[in-house]
Design a binder for this molecule. Structure first.
Ligand SMILES: *Cc1c(COP(=O)(O)O)cnc(C)c1O
Length: 471
């Protein structure tokens, strides 16, 4: 399998070449040259498989591994009951009526990002061992990405993590999850400023090409193709477990921010999985809902980006959206470049409402928006009706899913995080504390390890220099 860029670079790269990379050199995002297809008989055969075996069948198409048995062994090491809470790894949990939850947030940091990052940690370590190189991952987090990345990379050889976070602006649980780690290769850098400032510092470090090369700087953001590929697997698992007979339709609702998770659903459908409709749910930061309603894509400024009670969906632009638009434009790289490079730079927006591709997009993805009041009402209603606590992001998914349920078609809502991570909102909605998953009872009382650094790029570079080996 070869990889090409959404902006025109030819299909010439292998999976291992793009594994550690962010954007393609032409500014686009990598995609496989085609999506492998599974027919009904092949899908039916997948039903017998364990989760690691299923992941192997799906991912080997994308990875094209030199050593197939080694890939299976790595997947068996990644997707264990010890790490993900059950041998099933992901579970379908009936909620009410046609709606079930797809439980993909049972990993070490209680958000779905573990599903991909736990695998990436092992893939990165293996790739670095083969080349003898090291990798310094510099990232910024508003909560879930940072902890998932740190838990995936802790103790891994050849890898250090420098994670910037906005001091005092994450939930107490999220803060404790990250700062309680004291592995020597994990550096929590707290900045007395907002998340956007942290992100700007990361961008400044990555765009200093000399420093980037000298210190082998990498990132771990949601545009990494391997992350998307790992997420494709749980849509297969969800479908196989949710339907009676292969071929029956299934709708899926996805609480969305950077469009990574729902992109994985689009890829799964493109591989032959009979997903009927994808339901995209946003919070008050509704860039994507606006697009699917109007055909106009208009990224927001940071001043327009709101801090909400579903914080992991607080985005100003959707980093993975370009991949989907590229596919839906029949993989026309020149048009994709004209929209994402030229029109966005020139006008800050583009409009596809008159394009026949937009009608096709709306056949496949419908959208809706939630807000704080709906979120709270949904958490309360689900609790009162079903005695199930759902987290605020999942609540946005359930709220929007209810608007789009159709008779006879089951609906899976992706449960993107556990309620324990967002206790304040759960208390506001239900008057009670969410239960603590085993092993997290004393989390906030553990010693915390972090360094406060100035909101200054030179201070960040100096810190990285001082903590790289062989200095
Ligand atoms: C990251 C995240 C999202 C958004 O996912 P995208 O792939 O960025 O669309 C939603 N919910 C939770 C809990 C998250 O951590």
């Amino acid at each position: 399998m070869k990889y090409l860029s959404t902006r025109g670079e030819a299909a010439s790269r292998a999976f291992d070449d793009i594994l550690l990379e962010g954007l393609a050199p032409d500014g686009g995002l990598y995609l496989p040259e085609h999506y492998p297809r599974f027919d009904a008989a092949q899908l039916a055969a997948l039903r017998e498989l364990s989760y690691p075996e299923l992941a192997h069948r799906v991912l080997r198409e994308f990875v094209a591994p030199a050593d197939d048995a080694a890939l299976l062994a790595l997947l068996r090491e990644t997707y264990t009951a010890a790490t993900f809470g059950s041998d099933a790894i992901v579970r379908v949990k009936p909620l009410d009526g046609a709606i079930s939850l797809l439980g993909v947030s049972e990993g070490p940091t209680l958000a779905f990002k573990d599903m991909a990052l736990q695998l990436l940690g092992r893939l990165f370590e293996r790739a670095l061992a083969a080349s003898g190189a090291e990798l310094n991952i510099v990232g910024a987090t508003s909560g879930d990405t940072g902890s998932a990345a740190e838990y995936a990379m802790r103790g891994r050889r050849g890898i250090r993590v420098f994670m910037l976070s906005p001091l005092g602006r994450m939930s107490a649980f999220q803060t404790a999850q990250m700062y309680s780690l004291d592995d020597p290769n994990i550096h929590n850098l707290a900045v007395q400023d907002v998340f956007d400032t942290c992100q700007d510092m990361v961008k400044a470090v990555s765009s200093d090409l000399d420093f980037k090369r000298r210190r082998s700087i990498g990132t771990i953001n949601s545009i990494n193709w391997a992350r998307v590929a790992a997420q494709v697997v749980y849509y297969f698992a969800g479908y196989l477990r949710a339907v009676g007979r292969i071929g029956e339709p299934l709708d899926v609702a996805v609480p969305s921010g950077n469009f990574g998770n729902i992109l994985a659903a689009h890829v799964a459908r493109s591989m032959g999985l009979p997903l009927r409709r994808l339901v995209l749910a946003t919070n008050e930061n509704d860039v994507l809902d606006e697009f699917f309603r109007s055909g106009v894509y208009r990224p927001r400024s940071s001043a327009e980006t709101r801090q909400t009670s579903s914080p992991s969906m607080d985005i100003s632009k959707a980093s993975n959206f370009e991949r989907y638009v590229f596919d839906m434009l029949g993989r026309d790289a020149a048009r994709t470049r004209a929209l994402f490079a030229d029109a966005l730079a020139r006008d800050g927006r583009f409009d596809l409402s008159a394009d026949p591709a937009f009608a096709r997009m709306r056949d496949g993805i419908v959208s809706g928006r939630s807000d704080h009041a709906r979120r709270i009402a949904t958490i309360r209603e689900v609790w009162e009706r079903s005695r199930v606590l759902i987290d605020p992001h999942t609540a946005d998914g359930v709220a929007v899913a209810r608007d789009h349920v159709e008779a006879g078609v089951p609906m899976l809502v992706v449960e993107t995080a556990q309620p324990a991570k967002f206790a304040d909102t759960i208390v506001e909605a239900t008057g009670q504390q969410p239960p603590r998953p085993p092993g997290t009872e004393d989390l906030e009382r553990r010693p915390q390890h972090f360094v406060v650094i100035d909101a200054d790029v030179d201070a960040l570079k100096a810190y990285i220099d001082a903590h790289c080996a062989g200095n």
